[in-house]
Design a protein around this ligand. Structure first.
Ligand code: ZN
Length: 363
């Protein structure tokens, strides 16, 4: 039915201040495209730029994390991709560098060499440093013992990062599912990953450090470096329990966590106790960073990648902003969206990234 033009004009002119349509406290699905956002954990292992331009089209700025991981380009190659990208897209992305541990970790000059590499990375624009699960899960010293992140050899490196005003991003340990048999894992993507990577499935390797060893070493490192700004990747490997995560966030005021590849664990916990998860996200709204862990490399098909990037991020957006009942392949069962107020969404999707990575703030 068409409205009468004069009536519409009349009513809009006559609407008093109390009758004006109030701006909604909540975002819509369509707001996804126009709201400024950040994805704080991606890996652009290629000179191709479609990941950056496609993300920018959907209003995402990016933080790329270099990683000392097998199967990735060398850390020097990753850094040179990113130096090139930040020159071409200074407003669209930043990156965190990393360092090697397979280059004479116990040599007398290792710490100096490592600090030199970090310094040259900072001079080239790196805004932080990433450490990966190889520390704690594969690196061994000459005595054959696993080297954990609280090893004193890392102290001068972490002090250097902290004194340089940079952020340490730590993917330390793994989801708790990694220490469970496949049929006891809570989410399907963990089940698929550990089925494919038995070398990382710790349930099969009881001789490796335990889940608790990983968490304790990280917590000990944080106690040794209270001034360090720390971003615990993948919900800081405490993805299985918002209560456990809350305890760490209470203990370490300089710690935030990214949600990369772990939004499904919040969704899983929503099935058990929706209110608890929603209360947690609202209480810790200043400490949670949106992230995906999306990765592209030279063999990625760009058309397929763009679809996957969009679908992943749009699915998460719906979970955070709406109260619809939804499903995802990662989780068995349906769950309700968290329906977070705009103010909370803005923090999780951008403001916290600018706080934990001050150089990321372009305003
Ligand atoms: Zn990652």
């Amino acid at each position: 039915m068409m409205g009468c033009f004069f009536c519409l004009v009349f009513f809009s002119r006559c609407a008093g201040p109390g009758q004006e349509k109030q701006e909604s406290q909540y975002y819509t699905e369509a707001d996804y495209y126009t709201t400024k956002k950040a994805d704080t954990h991606v890996h652009i292992n290629t000179a191709e730029t479609y990941f950056i331009t496609f993300s920018a089209k959907e209003n995402f700025r990016l933080i790329d994390l270099n990683v000392d991981a097998p199967g990735y380009p060398t850390i020097e190659q990753q850094r040179s991709f990113l130096i090139r990208h930040i020159k071409e897209f200074p407003d669209e992305l930043c990156f965190c560098t990393t360092f090697r541990t397979d280059n004479g970790f116990e040599d007398a000059d290792w710490q100096k060499r490592t600090i030199d590499y970090l310094k040259s990375s900072f001079d080239s624009g790196a805004i932080g440093v990433k450490v990966w699960k190889n520390i704690g899960m594969s690196l061994k010293n000459k005595k054959g013992e696993f080297v954990m992140i609280d090893d004193p050899r890392f102290d001068p490196i972490i002090d250097f990062i902290s004194q340089s005003g940079k952020t340490l991003v730590g993917h330390l340990g793994e989801p708790k599912n990694c220490w469970l048999p496949l049929n006891e894992m809570t989410v399907n993507n963990d089940r698929a990953y550990f089925k494919e990577h038995p070398e990382y499935h710790m349930y099969l390797h009881p001789e490796y450090p335990s889940y608790q060893n990983q968490i304790d070493a990280r917590d000990h490192m944080l106690r040794k470096h209270p001034a360090l700004r720390f971003d615990g990747a993948h919900l800081a490997s405490l993805e299985w329990s918002v209560d456990e995560l809350a305890k760490r966030l209470d203990s370490f005021p300089n710690m935030a966590v990214d949600m990369a590849e772990r939004v499904c664990h919040l969704q899983y916990q929503c099935i058990q106790n929706y209110q608890k998860v929603r209360d947690f996200v609202i209480k810790y709204q200043d400490r949670l960073l949106y992230a995906t862990d999306l990765e592209v490399n030279d063999s990625t098909d760009s058309t397929e990648a763009k679809k996957h990037i969009h679908d992943t991020r749009f699915g998460h957006w719906k979970f955070f902003i709406s109260d619809s009942v939804m499903t995802t392949p990662e989780v068995n069962g349906s769950f309700r969206g968290l329906h977070l107020p705009k103010e909370v969404v803005n923090k999780i999707y951008l403001k916290n990234a600018e706080k934990w990575f001050p150089a990321f703030n372009k305003n």
